[in-house]
Design a protein around this ligand. Structure first.
Ligand code: PHE
Length: 447
């Protein structure tokens, strides 16, 4: 174990964990899922899941990480000595992180490509059909995609090898508030478009008849994906949190920021999409075509568009480094591979999958698994299976395997903070969360 580094300040912890949470999950994936799962009904379920399950699971991961001071696999080995089965949760996390990094980088590649398009003033004056055709053409262009994907994975690996995540976090402390301000400005613009109301109604007005088991499991998957839960990322980050930091308030801050950004994304994208005539089920088009169209309508659109995509790429980067860190900390601590070798190995592997994922979205591609594109298969497998099951067993581990006194000691910083909250959290983690996640996982097979 040795002397592990820890985050410098309370704000540093929040910045790093929020950096992991806030990313393409909020601005790209959340609207896709909300659009495909009925809008308002999905949103309500999502919020309830974040508060009732996401927050306690985040606390659990922080507790497990800080208690053990180890990587995702090592944490379970340390806290359940001699057990062969508990570390499986950690292995699932490492595999999950590796797979997510792959398709995440495909989308991050589009983000970099959008930065390029923004710089070269590509969007200016173009109508929706042309922007949409351009987006499809970029995806269909194999080399173009590969170059951006490679650039993104290279950046991620570079930061991890040099161990300069903390430098990045320092910048993102300034940059993410700027992203937030731009989102607020975009909200105002979007809400004043003709036909905006329809989009707002779609996003906020729940039609409860639309809530099926599928919607529940997709909301659960999205919540875990967006909060970076159920795959060891926040166990790994938890292991770097200083002893004096308050885990519950950190988790609360991170969950709130993350949910706020996703909500803003919804308030921007749906009204604009409805106004421009983009279907809510349009998937990637929601973020990558609606937003440029919106910028086109704004005074100073060129700069807003450019800054927005740059910040989105940075938000994606602070998430992807947390993904790669899960794999690298496992390889270095458990398998004793050097940091640079581990990073290169993981990055190259992810890159190979990333290229396939990107190509599977090309027009006419036959790269399919169970009727899904390879990209969607990776996405669905990780978010709705690996992360949800990982999350389920993480709360079961904390509630039923770890000593209660260990949880309490860690949660209350040795009896100094959150004394009252500890009972509520323990109850939710031990009983409510495992039950609720199990029920959701089962309902998807029923209806
Ligand atoms: N939470 C990140 C996002 O919303 C993605 C991510 C998932 C990062 C899991 C780490 C672990 O973009």
């Amino acid at each position: 174990m040795g002397n592990r580094e820890s985050f410098g300040s309370k704000f540093g912890v929040i910045a790093a964990a929020a950096g992991s949470a806030i990313g393409l999950g909020n601005i790209y994936r959340f609207p896709c899922e909300a659009g495909a799962n009925g809008g308002g009904a999905f949103f309500i379920v999502y919020i309830v899941i974040v508060l009732l399950l996401g927050l306690p699971l985040m606390v659990s991961e922080f507790v497990i990480g800080r208690r053990s001071k180890r990587n995702a696999v090592g944490a379970f080995k340390t806290l359940a000595p001699g057990s062969k089965s508990w570390p499986i949760i950690g292995y699932m996390g490492v595999i999950g992180a590796f797979l997510i990094l792959a398709f995440y980088s495909t989308v991050a590649g589009w983000t970099l490509d959008s930065v390029f398009k923004a710089v070269t003033n590509y969007y200016q004056g173009k109508d929706l059909a042309t922007i949409e055709e351009g987006f499809t053409a970029s995806i269909d262009n194999t080399w173009r995609s590969i170059i951006w994907e490679a650039a993104f994975i290279f950046l991620t690996a570079f930061i991890i090898i040099r161990g300069i995540e903390k430098g990045i976090e320092k910048y993102s402390k300034i940059l993410m508030p700027i992203l937030f301000v731009i989102l607020v400005i975009l909200c105002v613009k979007s809400l004043t478009l003709p036909g905006a109301k329809e989009g707002l109604t779609f996003f906020f007005k729940p039609d409860f008849s639309k809530i099926t088991g599928r919607v529940l499991v997709n909301a659960l998957g999205q919540a875990f994906f967006s909060l970076s839960l159920g795959m060891g990322a926040l166990i790994t980050y938890g292991s770097y949190i200083a002893k004096k930091d308050n885990l519950a308030s950190t988790a609360l801050m991170v969950s709130l920021c993350d949910t706020l950004i996703a909500t803003l994304a919804g308030i921007i994208i749906f009204p604009a999409a409805f106004s421009f005539g983009i279907q809510p089920e349009a998937g990637a088009s929601l973020a990558f075509n609606t937003l440029p169209m919106l910028f086109n309508q704004m005074a100073g659109g060129y700069f807003f568009c450019l800054i927005f995509f740059i910040l989105l790429a940075i938000a994606a980067l602070t998430s992807s480094i947390s993904l790669l860190e899960v794999v690298v900390s496992y390889l270095t601590e458990e398998l004793k591979i050097t940091r640079s070798k581990a990073t290169t190995l993981a990055a190259l592997g992810s890159f190979a999958l990333c290229v396939i994922a990107g190509m599977s979205l090309q027009t006419g591609s036959s790269l399919k698994v169970f009727n899904l594109t390879f990209f969607d298969a990776l996405d669905k497998f990780t978010a709705t299976i690996l992360m949800t099951i990982g999350g389920l067993f993480t709360v079961i581990f904390l509630g039923w395997k770890m000593r209660k006194s260990d949880f309490e000691d860690e949660f209350t910083n040795g009896g100094n903070v959150n004394m009252r909250l500890r009972k509520i959290f323990y109850f939710i983690i031990k009983f409510i969360a495992p039950l609720a996640i199990t029920v959701i996982l089962i309902t998807q097979w029923i209806k």
